[in-house]
Design a binder for this molecule. Structure first.
Ligand SMILES: NC(=O)c1ccc[n+]([C@@H]2O[C@H](COP(=O)([O-])OP(=O)(O)OC[C@H]3O[C@@H](n4cnc5c(N)ncnc54)[C@H](O)[C@@H]3O)[C@@H](O)[C@H]2O)c1
Length: 336
């Protein structure tokens, strides 16, 4: 059943890559949406389409520019809200290795501030973004939620601690919480220019700029790439599901293994560019092992949430247009 047209929802990190897609889908469904974002990695232009939806009278849209580390901002953000989609975090494993303290303050303490504010304000449910990085370097495939977590970086540890806090709040205070462990999300608006860019935008921007993409390690390590539209659907399903999903973490993956070299071949075909990669030594803190996520056979994944990523790949059209000195990438927009 779809109740989302009557939702009053907060999306933290709503100006970011995943959060902005979620905001748009919620607005398209008629929800009233508030965003809490400090624009540390998010962008105002990511909200342009959301503003159009709000102007067209579909749902309402309010932006609070604020920091999760500021308890007052968290308190204002949750007022009158029924659902919280918690996307805000400092992403990137390398960034966390350089500056573990800030990653901890934003991802763990910031989440705790938000949870306390949500509990005090009587929020019904928190759906929190976690990460497949919590599994560490285990060679076991596919990764299932029952596996032991073994975070290998401050980022992974912060996501693990944040999800544990969310699930603890369900047990201690009855605040309904669900954690979603995303596996390598890709899609429109993923920043290719950040020094911490993820592998798909990195490869794409190198190919489109006529540079040779850098592959760390042999390129045979696999990842389970998950289209952002699937992640949005998973969030909606987590919000709509019954109480049986509370206090649990779910893998949000497509259940496919794609090696970095296979990925590169796909992107070469999509872009029509053929530069061969440069191989560099594997970075210490990133996972050498392969990844493929298997989702729990019950609850969230009973529907079509984790549909095969091939639809995402097939639908992925890459175009580029030069904007000043930068290259902008665009893909089709995820289905509502
Ligand atoms: N992109 C992926 O492949 C992936 C994989 C696993 C998990 N995740 C998780 O998904 C979530 C969204 O990731 P994304 O890829 O959209 O990242 P993103 O950097 O595009 O979005 C994060 C948003 O949070 C905001 N933010 C950061 N620190 C904040 C703070 N202190 N206060 C308020 N806002 C703050 C940023 O400005 C940004 O808009 C994160 O929790 C991330 O850990 C992402």
């Amino acid at each position: 059943m779809n109740h989302s047209e009557s939702w009053r929802a907060l999306v933290t990190g709503g100006a970011g890559f995943i959060g902005s897609h979620l905001v748009e889908t919620l607005l398209r469904r008629g929800a009233v949406v508030r965003i809490l974002d400090d624009f540390s990695t998010g962008k105002r232009e990511n909200l342009e389409r959301a503003e159009e939806w709000a102007e067209a009278g579909k749902g309402g849209f309010e932006l609070i520019e604020g920091d999760l580390r500021d308890r007052g901002a968290c308190h204002r953000a949750v007022e009158g809200v029924e659902l919280v989609f918690h996307e805000a975090a400092l992403g990137s494993v390398p960034r966390s290795v350089e500056d573990p303290l800030t990653t901890e303050q934003v991802n763990v303490e910031g989440t705790l501030n938000l949870l306390l504010a949500a509990r005090n304000a009587g929020v019904r449910r928190v759906v929190a973004a976690s990460s497949s990085s919590v599994y560490g370097d285990s060679p076991v495939l596919p990764k299932t939620e029952e596996m032991r977590c073994d975070p290998l970086s401050p980022y992974a540890l912060s996501k693990y601690a944040a999800e544990a806090y969310c699930l603890l709040f369900w047990r201690l205070y009855g605040l309904e919480s669900v954690a979603l462990r995303y596996f390598n999300v890709f899609g429109p608006r993923q920043d290719p220019h950040s020094q911490y860019a993820a592998v798909i935008p990195c490869f794409l921007s190198a190919l489109l700029d006529g540079r040779r993409p850098v592959v760390y390690g042999t390129g045979e390590q696999t990842r389970d790439f998950t289209y952002v539209g699937n992640v949005v659907q998973a969030n909606l399903a987590a919000a709509e599901a019954g109480p049986e999903v509370c206090g649990l973490a779910f893998n949000i993956a497509c259940g496919e293994r794609t090696s970095l070299l296979e990925l590169l071949a796909v992107l070469k075909r999509l872009t029509g560019q053929g530069a061969d990669p440069v191989f560099e030594t594997h970075r210490l803190f990133s996972s050498r092992s392969s990844q493929e996520g298997a989702a729990r056979a019950s609850g969230l994944c009973r529907g079509s949430v984790c549909r095969n990523s091939s639809s995402g790949w097939e639908a992925t059209r890459v175009s580029s247009r030069k904007l000043g000195s930068g290259t902008r990438l665009s893909y089709p927009h995820p289905e509502p």
